[in-house]
Design a binder for this molecule. Structure first.
Ligand SMILES: Nc1ncnc2c1ncn2[C@@H]1O[C@H](COP(=O)(O)OP(=O)(O)O)[C@@H](O)[C@H]1O
Ligand SMILES: [Mg+2]
Length: 262
């Protein structure tokens, strides 16, 4: 990993020797994340891959400040989470937004698209109307007026995921942490959602921490790939290098399991 001294190349997100354990029953402790260090730079796409249970979601939740690590530090835009007062953290956190796997679960079913977006914008209907339209157009829901007053259940799965992406863009984040954003979507629309996420990255220069068990998504998408196994980061590097010449046996196995890559 390159470390430069210029301020502009200071990483946006820094996970520094982060660990997190969970108690399982009375005597057992599960080390979900062990001593992981990882950075994401502005505009960069980092894929976090690994089998189910390897600790990816836990690491993503730590990066978002939803979970406190037992050890280690997290910082965003140079600010150490643990040094911030709650209101400072909330302000900082607007620059970092999640996209979850299942938009049905993350969108309140009793709110219309307009209400969901206004809530994310922290705006009143009058002040936020134009922004709602722009956001929907930005995620390919056009004409926006056709979607504003619908409820989530009146949308297709792909449209719901687009709404949840629009919502995460509302605060103009610099980093999006997407946890398996495609696995809830129909196979036929995964490509479209992936392309939308790439368009957003290019037009807004957002960075992604893209959590996925699907290594072919990492190849299509990522600048760098980080590989987790049983809570540990076993390999990280440019995606071409990690996926073409994996150095860790576990990564080799993951790559070999995808016919098009192996
Ligand atoms: N809140 C929790 N309480 C107890 N165990 C948890 C909790 N969250 C995750 N785990 C465990 O931590 C391990 C890593 O889980 P997770 O981060 O969800 O992995 P992944 O996203 O790679 O599938 C798993 O064994 C999981 O069961
Ligand atoms: Mg997960």
């Amino acid at each position: 990993m390159t470390v430069s001294s210029t301020a502009s190349s200071q990483p946006l997100l820094v996970l520094d020797h982060v660990s997190k354990s969970f108690r399982q029953g009375r005597h057992q402790v599960l080390h979900a994340v062990r001593d992981v260090s990882l950075t994401v730079h502005a505009g960069e796409i980092v894929a976090l891959v690994g089998e189910s249970g390897s600790g990816k979601t836990t690491l993503g939740r730590i990066a978002l400040g939803l979970l406190k690590p037992d050890q280690g530090r997290v910082s965003f835009d140079g600010h150490d989470f643990s040094a911030l007062a709650p209101e400072q953290f909330r302000a900082l956190r607007t620059g970092m937004q999640p996209i979850f796997q299942d938009p049905t679960a993350s969108l309140n079913p009793r709110r219309t698209v307009r209400e969901l977006l206004l809530q994310a914008l922290w705006k009143t209907p009058d002040a936020g109307a134009a922004r709602c339209v722009r956001l929907l157009e930005d995620v390919g829901l056009r004409p926006a007026l056709q979607y504003l007053d619908r409820y989530p259940h009146e949308l297709s799965g792909g449209q719901r995921q687009r709404v949840s992406i629009a919502r995460s863009l509302a605060m103009e984040p610099r980093l999006i942490i997407a946890d398996e954003p495609l696995s809830g979507a129909d196979v036929s629309i995964r490509g479209q959602i992936l392309n939308l996420m790439l368009d957003i990255q290019r037009s807004r220069n957002v960075a992604y921490l893209m959590i996925t068990h699907d290594i072919s998504i990492a190849r299509a998408f990522a600048d760098r790939v980080a590989v987790m196994m049983q809570g540990e980061l076993v390999e990280v590097g440019p995606s071409q290098q990690v996926l073409r010449q994996p150095s860790h046996a576990y990564t080799k196995r993951l790559v070999a399991a995808v016919p098009a890559l192996g």
